[in-house]
Design a protein. Structure first.
Length: 482
């Protein structure tokens, strides 16, 4: 079976968030179950630098886009094929979606319209490469137009999957760009691409894909409701027969405390001593008091309303009064970045904040923290809670999306049954967060009980194997093969 996996980012070629982690790991997992999965993505500077064995296979001067080329290479370290779209005007710039001032690039419709067009082109009879996929697998709004391009082709299109990684990002643009994107006028209708007078790439994917998936079973249910559907709950409810929730996995080669090169000391659930060593080393790196008994709370996240960053800031005075230390890595909304800086400046040695992203530090926070905070208002799947569980770092999360599918609350009943692995908040506010962490700290002081929580999470398999087989079953069902 051959699958073209179209995405706007894939780790380690280019990354802004969880989409890149999924796009780098899922195609590799599909390869492991016998699928010839190949990635198509933009040729950003980092992608051109990191992809291996690159060669130019096709060049064309496209109307409304200009000179464009397609490069073929291999994915770094794994060796499966990757295709990069080379377009100096669109992709040779800093920032995948936004400029340094966090403003969306004005030409994003054309930049990702081109990605979608290439995805459809490579999936049809006029493909410029010697690879004809059986399935086109699209990811998030940046590839949402691809199923629409396939739909309006004269030839019978191949089946397509459209995966929603976060329905909050909808790719909404002025309808004036439709002509430049090469789509017919009739595509701009309520049953097509039109969304409250604008063009929505996301709606195109939801309308025209053969199957829709999202990244956790619980999120598949949530997005059919007004509370989480972000305006698309009606369309998703209408297409619920083709909507599937498949829980993301994590790259267990990249995230393994026993072999992680970013850590100070390797460890595993069979030998937890290294966990404490990583904590003390992280405290030293951050300029904090080095004390294994001081609870260290970690957070690696976009500083955004979705992620509950504001709630953690509001609860921080209570958390610090409890004697906790807090380390935060991320960037996002300027107002929240400023509030984090202010909190760190007011509490030197107890709060450490790093604006930006550092892969190595992210791994060391996962290994060194005692608890990991993910009080998201919505969370399609979430990966960090699974990283945390694998690293023996107890997640504190809200009961939404994939967080509810992966974290089992440390209620007395779940503790007695030996299946608890974290703490879950039902209704998010600063008091609920502080009260939950206070309950967690009571258990933290009981070493054996806390270690049981740690090992419950560390023994759980969150790899991509199960999810890859679920996608394989879905592909087979679409192709009616066994």
């Amino acid at each position: 079976m051959k699958v073209l996996f179209a995405t706007s980012e894939a780790h380690p070629l280019a990354k802004t968030g969880g989409l890149a982690d999924v796009s780098g790991a899922l195609p590799a997992a599909l390869q492991d179950v016998g699928v010839d999965a190949r990635i198509l993505m933009p040729g950003y500077p980092s992608a051109l630098e990191k992809a291996e064995n690159l060669s130019r296979v096709f060049r064309i001067d496209l109307p409304n886009h200009g000179e464009t080329a397609l490069l073929r290479g291999t994915f770094p370290g794994l060796g499966f094929p990757v295709y990069l779209i080379e377009h100096a005007g669109y992709y040779q710039r800093e920032g995948l979606y936004q400029d340094k001032n966090t403003q969306d690039w004005q030409d994003n419709a054309l930049r990702f319209g081109l990605l979608s067009q290439f995805a459809a082109w490579m999936s049809g009879p006029k493909s410029p490469v010697n690879f004809t996929p059986d399935i086109l697998h699209c990811n998030d709004w940046q590839t949402g137009l691809a199923p629409a391009y396939l739909h309006f082709e004269e030839a019978t299109p191949i089946p397509s999957v459209f995966t929603i990684h976060n329905i909050a990002y909808q790719g909404i643009f002025s309808p004036e760009v439709i002509a430049k994107l090469g789509l017919p006028k009739e595509s701009f209708s309520v049953d097509g691409l039109e969304y409250y007078g604008n063009l929505s790439f996301l709606k195109a994917g939801l309308n025209y894909a053969t199957r829709i998936t999202t990244v956790s079973p619980n999120y598949a249910k949530e997005i059919q409701t007004e509370a989480f559907g972000m305006g698309f709950q009606g369309l998703l409810s209408a297409r619920k027969s083709v909507l599937h929730g498949i829980l993301n996995g994590i790259d267990t080669r990249e995230w393994n405390p026993a072999t992680d090169p970013h850590l100070y000391t390797p460890y595993s659930f069979e030998n937890l001593a290294g966990k404490s060593s990583n904590k003390l080393s992280l405290q030293g790196e951050l300029g904090m008091q080095c004390n294994a008994k001081t609870p260290l709370l970690g957070m690696v996240s976009r500083m955004a309303h979705q992620k509950g960053s504001d709630v953690v800031i509001e609860a921080a005075p209570k958390l610090l009064q409890m004697g906790a230390q807090l380390v935060v890595l991320g960037n996002g909304e300027q107002k929240l970045e400023a509030a984090w800086r202010k909190l760190a400046n007011a509490n030197p040695g107890q709060v450490a904040v790093f604006i930006g992203y550092d892969e190595g530090l992210a791994h060391r926070i996962e290994a060194g923290a005692d608890m990991f905070l993910m009080p998201s208002r919505f969370e399609p799947c979430g990966l960090n809670q699974m990283y945390s569980l694998r690293y023996g770092t107890i997640p504190v999360v809200t009961r939404v999306g994939g967080l509810a599918d992966t974290v089992i609350h440390a209620s007395q009943e779940n503790l007695n049954q030996g299946k608890a692995n974290g703490f879950v908040i039902d209704h998010l506010d600063k008091n609920a967060l502080a009260e939950t962490i206070n309950r967690a700290l009571i258990l933290f002081r009981h070493k054996l009980a806390w270690q049981k929580l740690m090992t419950n999470g560390m023994k759980k398999d969150f790899g991509w194997g199960k999810s890859a087989h679920q996608y394989l079953d879905l592909y087979r069902e679409m192709l009616k093969v066994s």
